[in-house]
Design a protein around this ligand. Sequence first.
Ligand SMILES: C[S@@+](CC[C@H](N)C(=O)[O-])C[C@H]1O[C@@H](n2cnc3c(N)ncnc32)[C@H](O)[C@@H]1O
Length: 278
Amino acid sequence: MDDTIDAVQADRELKNKHRAMWALGDYPALATDIIADLGPALVRAGRIRPGDRVLDVAAGSGNAAIPAALSGASVVASDLTPELFDAGRRRAAEVGAHVEWQQADAEAMPFADDEFDTVMSCVGVMFAPHHQASADELVRVCRPGGTISLLSWTPEGFIGQMFATMKPYAPPPPPGAQPPPLWGREDHVRALFSHRVTDVVATRKTLRVDQFRSPEDFRDYFKTRYGPTIAVYRNIADYPDRVAALDRELADLARRFDYGTGSTVMNWEYLLLTARKW
Ligand SMILES: C[S@@+](CC[C@H](N)C(=O)[O-])C[C@H]1O[C@@H](n2cnc3c(N)ncnc32)[C@H](O)[C@@H]1O
């Protein structure tokens, strides 16, 4: 009994830490400035139709939820970090989209079994630490015959490599937590869903990123706006040599992916996967 209470308490503390991390910086600005094309891409892949009831898991400020609502669906945007919802509400109002916002941990969602026609997540559910628990929830809240559609950064792609670069500078992950970019591997996702889904279609694609003037500009943008990067820099703030080393490594990473002439142009790889619940 005590062990169960300790585990529940430890999970609550971990999720509070994750929530605080995603509230750092300005994630909604990054979603708008850099990855705005991904939300509509996921909505198209999920073939969302007017009148569908759609759940966006780990929705942030509504990158996928808002275009889904604009396509006529009835959309719930859920996320661990409600601090991101105000920006989402403003954006939804600007474009005339109606979205319902609800705080929820992807690993234990407050929704009924079989409640949604489509359950989707845009580079979102991949950041919940216990992959099987999240996958079980995605399947549980999707109706039989409904669609689960996921867009996830791959381990080999730019953001996967950015997390690999930051790892030696980050605190050790808590026991049982799995690396986010595993969701970018088709075999991993197939194993998580197992026999509970059919018609799995998975394609690797890339997002063209040309908003940065230089590799250093990319690094400084992420250092001030992206919660996970800000948190890693906070972890090493007392060690100027390590800060300088991470500064160098992040800029070098962007240099390796940069094929622009003049300003920086990169292709960031992701896996787009759709499946139907049995
Ligand atoms: C990279 S952002 C993606 C947000 C949005 N889907 C988009 O495309 O811009 C990752 C999101 O995952 C959310 N998140 C992290 N852990 C979560 C969890 N356990 N349950 C629900 N959301 C979580 C964060 O709060 C953050 O909004």
